[in-house]
Design a protein around this ligand. Structure first.
Ligand code: EPU
Length: 271
């Protein structure tokens, strides 16, 4: 069941209801880093909307502006707003299709910057409690956080830096250019695997001979080998089987174990 929720008290009630009956529960952002099984999901899936997706400026000072953002807000909307306000700091997130909440949970970012760089604190619902947690307590690292699967990030506060309109336009343009070789307009979950230490998953996959291979309509992108794209009517199962094949080939060729960046939902009972 998909439920849209626009306030904290309803969210707490739904969470407590599901928890007391041991019903699976999760929050979905834009689903851009998730591979949902072909069977679908059991339990309750929540989308944050309304008041839980707004942008609220807080303290203003000469050099910066603190802003509170509902976690249902899309990164695209937040970045567009920051750009029009002459605020920098989030350029590293240009082009990432997701919500603020999803980005925090997965610690999204690029080589230019990550969601955690300008994050002050996040408001989280965990068990029955809701409260603010300092960004340093969220265990944010390369594509990981210590936010548990049953916790929900509800809102976040960022400190953004005031820039001139020329500086902002320039930094956003540079960020856009930096994503030059990443496929756009294809159906994918972005990079499928994390980069192993000091190596590039894309380069490893290409070296293993997997670039362009297909399994049904699931295909390893010819543009960037760390993207698995749906080139037609691929099932989630095709994507996952192809990912396993890629892992096998990379391990065989280089001895390196690739770790998934994409989350798997609904593949196990109650999962
Ligand atoms: N490369 C290849 N073959 C390929 C793809 C890449 O040889 O098919 C080589 C490139 O030539 C380059 C190196 O691998 O020398 C790194 O490639 P790239 O610059 O595209 O960066 P990446 O490490 O593959 C990372 C993030 C992206 C992010 C970009 C840009 C990960 C797993 N990926 O990609 O994030 O957009 O940097 O900053 O960390 C994501 O996480 O979903 C994602 C798309």
């Amino acid at each position: 069941m998909l439920v849209w929720i626009d306030n904290e008290s309803e969210l707490s009630q739904v969470w407590q209801y599901a928890s007391s009956r041991r019903i699976a529960r999760r929050v979905i952002g834009k689903g851009s880093n998730v591979l949902v099984s072909d069977r679908g999901l059991s339990g309750i899936t929540v989308k944050l909307t309304g008041n839980l997706s707004t942008i609220r400026p807080l303290d203003v000072s000469a050099g910066y502006l603190d802003v509170e953002v509902g976690c249902g807000c899309s990164l695209g909307k937040l970045l567009a707003w920051a750009r029009t306000q002459g605020l920098g700091g989030l350029e590293g997130l240009v082009g990432i299709p997701g919500t603020v909440g999803g980005a925090i949970k997965c610690s999204a970012g690029t080589k230019i910057g990550c969601i955690g760089d300008h994050l002050l604190e996040a408001r989280m619902l965990s068990r029955k409690r809701i409260g603010w947690h300092k960004a340093t307590k969220l265990g944010l690292g390369y594509r990981r956080s210590t936010i548990g699967s049953l916790s929900v990030v509800v809102s976040a506060r960022f400190r953004l830096v005031r820039k001139t309109s020329t500086e902002v336009a320039e930094s956003y343009e540079n960020a856009r250019k930096a994503r030059g070789n990443q496929p756009r307009g294809v159906r994918s979950a972005g990079c499928f695997f994390k980069n192993p230490k000091k190596r590039s998953a894309g380069a490893l996959i290409e070296a293993s001979g997997c670039k362009g291979i297909r399994l049904g309509d699931a295909m390893v992108s010819l543009q960037h080998a760390n993207y698995i794209v749906n080139a037609g009517k691929a099932k989630a199962q095709d994507i996952l089987r192809l990912a396993h094949k890629v892992m096998y080939c990379v391990r065989h060729q280089s001895g390196i174990h690739l770790e998934r960046e994409v989350e798997l939902w609904g593949w196990t009972r109650g999962g």
